[in-house]
Ligand binder design. Structure first.
Ligand SMILES: CO[C@H](O)CCc1ccc(O)cc1
Length: 117
């Protein structure tokens, strides 16, 4: 019997959602530690401790260069930003608190948007 052709998953609107989510993250008042790559040369130990640095400008670059195939790949990189932050910063620190607030904000936003898929 004929194999059912798999309908190609339309990821184009998923990528549009990624752009909206990223814009929301960048506009957040607590985004400042995450907007650009950590200057690891001026942060002792950073390169040793954090194996996969990630930040919002790098995510934007990857989005622009079509390096995310879907929303899931994008969410993995956003979570990497927050996981790196938790690993390197005390919870009870300016940047540590900003990271927790940003993660809570992101989790709320993408689950709100998920209902449209
Ligand atoms: C997202 O920010 C990074 O976790 C680096 C945090 C940091 C940078 C310089 C310092 O003196 C302390 C922490």
């Amino acid at each position: 019997c004929a194999k059912k052709a798999k309908t190609p998953k339309d990821s184009s609107n998923e990528l549009a959602v990624c752009r909206v989510l990223l814009a929301d993250l960048e506009a957040h008042q607590d985004a400042w530690p995450f907007l650009s790559p950590v200057q690891h040369k001026s942060v002792p130990g950073y390169r040793k401790v954090i194996k996969k640095p990630m930040d919002f400008s790098t995510i934007k670059e990857k989005l622009t260069n079509n390096l995310y195939l879907n929303l899931e790949n994008f969410i993995v990189d956003v979570n990497l930003v927050f996981d790196n932050c938790q690993r390197f910063n005390e919870d009870d620190s300016e940047i540590g608190r900003a990271g927790h607030r940003m993660r809570r904000f992101f989790d709320k936003r993408w689950t709100e948007l998920l209902q449209f898929f």
